[in-house]
Structures are given as C-alpha cells and as structure tokens.
Design a protein around this ligand. Structure first.
Ligand code: NA7
Length: 548
C-alpha cells in the first residue's frame, strides 16, 4: 500500500497499487469544500473529487442564462470564519451565478483547497471491504484510492435528467440541460428556442432570454406559485450593515426552521382577517421567500389556512396576467402554495405578454418525442425550433449517490436498495455502509427544505466531529444500527406526514421520476430542531451507531 506522497495527486502509484488516504470527499461544492477544509485541519490525508472542471458544485454547473440565488447572499456564506465571511462583499441581495461562482473560488483559494481536489474526475465506484474496514474508490480517470472514510458531498440537485425524451438524438440542433450549460454559452440570438419546464430554473431562463431570442416557445406542465423578487444592489453602507450582523446571523441561522434569517413569527388563529391580510401583504412586499418561510407556519400544516394563503398568491398572479388562457395555464389551482418549491421571479409572468413568446400547455397534450425539426406532442403537432433548453430538473436527493456503483457490507448496492426504499440515519449515514458519511442526502433538512449553506455546514461539522471522535478514541468504524435507522425513518415519516407537502406530487417526494420510491426527501422537523437532535447524538457518544 502506498501513502499519498504529495497531496496534489491521487493518481495510481507507479506500481499500480492504490493510493492510501484517510478520507475521500465526493464533490467540491458548498459542502465538499468545507468538509475538505475541516478534515485537513484534523490532519487527515484527504482528497476531494468532482466531475466538474472547477470548484463550486451547483454554482459551477448551473451557468444557464438567469441563474441566480434566491437565498439572500449574506446568509448563504459560511459562518465558521469571521474573516472568510467579512473579506467578501456582495454586489446585491440575490447575486447571479457568476458572482456566486467567484465567491466559491474565493473560498477554495483562501482556504488553499485546490491542491487537494481532483477536478474533471468522476467517482464511478466505491466498494467497502469488510475484512479491512476500508473503501476502494475508483474514478473515470483511473484513480484507485484505498480510504477509511467515504464522505459524500455530491449534492442533492446534481444528477440532471438529461437523457429524457425519445428521439432526443435526432433533433437537428443543440439540446442543452440547464445544469450542463456549456462554459462557452449557447447561441440563442435570432434563434427559435424551446424551454421545457417551468420550475425554479425554467422560470429564470424564460424571463432572461425572452428578449434575446427570435421566438421562445415554453412547454409548461404544472403551474407554479411564484413570488416577485426585490433585488437591490448593495453599496458600501449596505455591505457594512450586513457584515455588522455576522454574530447575530451566526446565532440565528442554525436555529430557524429553514436555516434562513427569518422564521414564522405569526399565528393564523390569533389574527383577525384584516391582520392576516396585512401580514401576508407585508411578507409579499419583502420580495423574498418570506411569504413561504416566514409567513404563517400553519400554511404547511392546515389545509384551510393553506387555501387562504394560496388564494392570496393566486390573486396577485392573476392581477399581473391579462388573458384568461394565460391565467389557466400559469396560475395553480389544484395544489396548495408552498407544497412545491416556490420560485422567486422578475417579470416572469409578464414575459408571456410578449409577441415573440408562446406558452404551450402540455399537461393534457404531453411531449411524446423529439423529431429532427423540433418537439412533437401527443396530438401529433410539431413545434419547429432551433435550440431546446431542458429545464426539466434532477434525480433529486438520491441521484448523485445512486449513479455511483456504491457497495457496502456483503456487496449490497445502494442503487438497488434505494430503488426500493430510500433510507438513511439522520441523512448522515446508511445502515450497511460503514464509514460512509453523507451531507445533503435524503432524510435531512439539507435534502431540500433549508438554506443550503446553513444545513450543509451543520452536517459537515457533525461528520468531522464523528470522524474526530473515532480517531480520538482509537475506533475505526462507524455505522448506524438497523434499529436506529428504522427509528429515524419512522420519525421522518411521522413528521413529513403531518405536513401538506406530502399530498402534492413534486421532486420533494421523488414524484418527478416514474418508479422512484415515494418518500419526502427532506426532513421536515425544522433545521434548528434537526441540528439539536444531531448534537445530542454526538454529545451522548453516538447512541444508535455501532462504533468499533
Ligand atoms: P424542477 O423544479 O424539477 O422543475 C422541472 C420542470 O420541468 C417542471 O416544470 C416539470 O413539470 C418540467 N418537466 C419535467 N419533465 C417534463 C416533461 N416530460 N414534460 C414537460 N415538462 C416536464 O427543476 P428545476 O431545475 O426548475 O429546479 C430544481 C431545484 O433547483 C429548485 O427547486 C431549486 O431548489 C434549485 P412538472 O412540474 O413535473 O409538471
């Protein structure tokens, strides 16, 4: 067995022996960078691998036109280092992808992480050797690594549904998934462009490219509740003001329900109809996700409250649209506000008033295939286009891990097991896969319902502490017991089933992929409550985990 001579290489040693490491981190995005930093600080021999050609994860891949934050930038930063936080300044409340990517580069460079990351390198398999208590990790670049810990920071929205429609290869022009947008861009000017999908991504694309293209045809299946974004730019005084709140944010963010700076502060039952209306109007006018995440908590639990809040948003949307057909296709009617991801937008609805934009409803007349000239629908009609933009989403939560041939004890396959039933212990580990630790995996708030950096910091810190605990006590293996995992799954289900989120088909429930097991991907007990549960487990010496 060779020890890694230089931290800058993970290539196989010349004699063909695997390189020996203490930990492999899969992914160099928000979670992966911080995980790598923490494990290096503990003195581990560790390397991160990422398929992308640069660091940044989501913010490297999703370079489609219009990609931007809808968490306020200053709450998306890491909070473990005051100087890392304060030495970076944002230009506005919700910056675009390019600025976020530059920030991620700043983080990687400031923490000197790049020498420890293999880019353009995909982890293809990871097999656990029970006799040795170690993982063998292989990549598409020929690396073979023998490692004690395998830490997944592979992302919960990183496995795009890119090969989705029959006949895709026959189309005469480019077909581009938004999460695989080429660095050099795609020529859209003067072209007839199709966008399929009107989730958070499709909405950003549509509102951004409409005035650049010759014709834009948008294929929309399920209407979305949308909220208008207010996105002021920041001058020196605004930057100074949010930086002054560093200590306050460090205290608040980990404790709220969704890791945002705001939380539910009003109770529907205690307000008069007039007060409710005023509060809804106030949070709506904030131009953020406040209406969803800091309006009335009952919106998530009580159908009658949800209906009133939904109607408030529908009314706002209808008021912006000038024809009944658009209202029918764009304003949701058969599910409640907040039961799917709520996108923020800038003039999205008004985009459909443009002469060069056509909205095609495909709920009752679905896309059947791509043909050389464009997109064919069930009724046989064909829409001629030059470029097809697929804003159709991801194999959320599970896809990043199930696309790896990941095998635990007795050769069990995570792909096969999650193909039947998606199970984890606190989203941090999986029974049957010792020394596999996961950030952003299913059954934790980080899987969806959280300001990602808040939740991913907490999870990667828990993982680092667990590894530190093992090393400090001379143990070498950690694995959740079957009983602890069942208890977490039961708690997760009970918590999720109390919420209206589970009554609606969405990627949160795995419903965007035929055959995917239905389970709320995100833990819905709240980011703050989850953090305390995780901390309690660590403080009590990891009950529910076999440590040896
Ligand atoms: P989403 O939210 O999964 O949206 C995908 C969109 O693509 C959605 O409108 C889908 O319609 C649509 N879609 C998917 N397949 C089809 C087919 N076959 N025909 C027509 N339309 C289709 O992905 P996003 O990338 O927008 O957002 C993912 C997350 O990234 C987002 O929530 C943020 O957290 C960041 P459907 O709604 O299924 O009817």
């Amino acid at each position: 067995m060779k020890h890694a001579q230089s931290p800058s290489t993970a290539a196989p040693a010349e004699d063909g022996q695997p390189v020996e490491l203490d930990a492999v981190v899969v992914g160099a995005g928000v979670a992966g960078l911080y995980q790598l930093h923490q494990l290096r600080r503990q003195g581990l021999r560790v390397r991160a691998f990422d398929s992308a050609d640069d660091v940044g994860g989501t913010w490297c891949w999703n370079r489609y036109p219009g990609a931007r934050f809808d968490s306020e930038a200053y709450i998306y930063q890491y909070l473990f280092s005051e100087s890392l936080y304060k030495d970076w300044s944002w230009s506005r409340r919700f910056p675009d992808q390019g600025e976020v990517e530059r920030w991620m580069h700043y983080v990687a460079d400031t923490l000197d992480l790049r020498p420890h990351i293999s880019l353009s390198t995909t982890v293809t398999s990871a097999h656990f050797d029970e006799d040795r208590g170690r993982w063998t990790v292989r990549t598409d670049r020929g690396d073979t690594v023998d490692t004690q810990f395998l830490v997944s920071c592979a992302g919960m929205l990183s496995a795009p549904l890119d090969d989705w429609f029959p006949g895709q290869e026959t189309f005469h022009g480019p077909v581009v998934h938004t999460a695989r947008w080429p660095r050099e861009g795609v020529e859209l000017r003067g072209r007839k462009v199709a966008v399929i999908g009107t989730g958070a991504t499709g909405i950003q694309v549509v509102q951004t490219i409409a005035d650049q293209v010759d014709r834009l045809t948008v294929f929309a299946r399920t209407p979305q509740y949308v909220l208008p974004m207010k996105n002021p730019s920041y001058g020196p005084s605004e930057v100074a003001a949010y930086k002054d709140r560093f200590e306050e944010l460090r205290g608040t963010l980990p404790e709220t329900f969704t890791g945002f700076e705001y939380d539910f502060t009003h109770t529907w039952a205690e307000c008069t109809p007039r007060q409710r209306r005023d509060i809804l109007e106030e949070v709506y006018q904030d131009g953020s996700l406040k209406l969803w995440l800091a309006g009335f908590g009952e919106t998530f639990f009580e159908a009658d409250v949800n209906e009133e809040v939904s109607e408030f948003v529908r009314e706002k949307m209808r008021g912006r649209l000038r024809d009944e057909r658009l209202i029918d296709l764009l304003v949701p009617g058969d599910y409640g506000f907040g039961e799917r991801r709520v996108p923020l937008e800038n003039g999205y609805l008004e985009t459909y008033h443009r002469d060069n934009v056509e909205l095609v409803g495909v709920a009752d007349n679905p896309i059947t295939r791509f043909v050389p000239e464009g997109i064919e629908l069930a009724d046989g009609s064909v829409h001629d286009v030059d470029v097809i933009i697929m804003a159709i989403g991801f194999d959320a939560g599970t896809g990043a891990l199930t696309r790896i041939d990941l095998r635990g004890r007795d050769g069990r396959s995570l792909r096969e097991e999650w193909g039947h039933d998606i199970r984890t212990t606190m989203g941090l580990a999986v029974h049957g896969y010792p020394n596999l630790l996961t950030a952003g995996a299913p059954l934790a708030p980080a899987a969806a319902l959280c300001n990602m950096t808040t939740c991913l910091q907490q999870q990667t810190e828990w993982i680092s502490d667990a590894i530190g605990h093992l090393r400090g006590t001379g143990a070498s293996l950690i694995e959740p017991t079957a009983e602890a995992e069942q208890a977490w799954v039961d708690h997760h289900e009970e918590t999720a089933n109390a919420m209206l989120l589970t009554r609606t088909a969405s990627w949160y429930m795995g419903a965007n992929i035929p055959g995917k097991p239905r389970r709320m991907l995100s833990y819905t007990g709240g980011a703050g409550a989850y953090r305390r549960k995780c901390a309690d487990v660590a403080a009590a010496g990891y009950p529910g985990f076999r440590i040896e």
